[in-house]
Design a protein around this ligand. Structure first.
Ligand code: SAH
Length: 264
């Protein structure tokens, strides 16, 4: 018996162990958006960004991810990256010289203008990340992100490199890696070509200062609960009106801060 695959009409077709995509050099779309992430845990990347739409876009070369290992810039035999806090207290602080060396590596080939290429430190002290910031980042040519660990980073290196501090929210994580992935996910999905249906970023939550209306899908009747009749009416004007009213009611109820901002 031969090992040759059974012919399905064309003798030349053979299954291969590797999908075709993995055998080719990653295609890079010219001018593709670039994320450079400085981290002590480069293995955490791409993480969830390698899945689904962001992962597909990465494979297609619509954006590129470069993880820079902070440990490579560590001092001495043990590649130390941190030291005790000046003035005392618990924990360790990332050293300015070590972080500086990583920033210098990251800035190779990037514009100095921070509007064209923001340099960000993920930090609970930063400005809260929001959809407008995601849009601003997506409009840049790329982004450098510094993930902190321990008690944080020596302030001088943040000042020296004109680093913008961005927070994922009012809580404390053990490191910046999850925050970096969240910010990259929100940003990359806004890049042209990443979402199949461009309209979906225009209608979703925050795009017009409102939370999104509730969504439904089949079956029409589930556990005694029906899809609201208007959504099954086929009347597009009525559907739009209903969705708008729902979005407004939800926003007023759950996020009075957003509601006030819209009116103010
Ligand atoms: N001592 C710091 C917290 C350090 S937490 C303070 O009180 O402000 C360790 C690292 O986790 C930080 O350097 C930062 O990079 C990351 N991190 C923690 N919480 C974060 C948040 N809400 N948003 C973004 N990054 C955060």
């Amino acid at each position: 018996m031969s090992d040759a695959p059974k012919s399905h009409g064309r003798l030349s077709i053979r299954p291969t162990l590797k999908p075709r995509d993995l055998m080719e050099e990653p295609r890079l779309v010219k001018g593709a958006w670039v994320a450079k992430v400085i981290t002590l845990f480069p293995d955490a990347f791409p993480g969830t960004l390698g899945l689904s739409l962001t992962g597909k876009a990465l494979d297609l070369g619509l954006w590129r991810l470069e993880a820079i290992d902070l440990r490579d810039f560590g001092q001495g035999k043990h590649r130390n990256v941190d030291d005790t806090p000046a003035g005392g207290g618990a924990g360790m602080v990332l050293r300015p010289d070590v972080v500086d060396a990583a920033f210098c590596q990251a800035r190779i080939g990037t514009p100095v203008d921070r509007a064209r290429w923001p340099v960000v430190y993920l930090s609970p002290r930063g400005r809260p990340f929001d959809q407008a910031t995601a849009r601003r980042f997506a409009g840049a040519e790329g982004l450098t992100l510094l993930c902190g660990r321990f008690e944080g980073v020596d302030q001088r290196v943040l000042d020296h490199h004109q680093v913008e501090e961005v927070s994922l929210g009012d809580f404390v994580l053990t490191g910046g890696e999850i925050a970096a992935q969240a910010i990259l996910d929100a940003t990359v999905r806004l890049l042209p070509g990443v979402l199949g249906n461009a309209a979906s970023t225009e209608e979703e939550s925050f795009s017009d200062g409102l939370l999104e209306h509730p969504q439904y899908t089949r079956p029409a009747l589930w556990e005694g609960r029906e899809i609201p009749a208007v959504l099954q009416s086929g009347n597009h004007a009525e559907i739009a009106k209903w969705r708008r009213a729902q979005a407004e009611a939800l926003t007023r109820d759950r996020r009075p801060d957003l509601w006030e901002k819209r009116r103010g």
